[in-house]
Design a protein around this ligand. Structure first.
Ligand code: ZN
Length: 73
């Protein structure tokens, strides 16, 4: 009998592809990644300008949203 235990959440993830990197951006910005995953994520950014651009776009979007909310209050 094989027990299937889901360890996906607890285990640090290796970021090899852009798909993985982009799926981690929100957690990365929220500082919710494991240190190892953050390292792996940043390593991917170091060699992938596409994901850097995507991250910057994402950050900008958040900034715009936040300043918009601030203006309203
Ligand atoms: Zn990438």
């Amino acid at each position: 009998m094989v027990k299937r235990v889901s360890t996906r959440r607890a285990r640090a993830r290796k970021v090899d592809t852009c798909k993985e990197a982009t799926s981690l951006i929100i957690d990365y910005l929220n500082d919710e990644l494991k240190p190892e995953t953050t390292l792996s994520f940043e390593r991917h950014l170091g060699m992938c300008s596409d994901c850097v651009a995507f991250l910057n776009t994402y950050k900008k979007t958040i900034q715009i949203t936040q300043s918009f909310l601030r203006k309203k209050t």
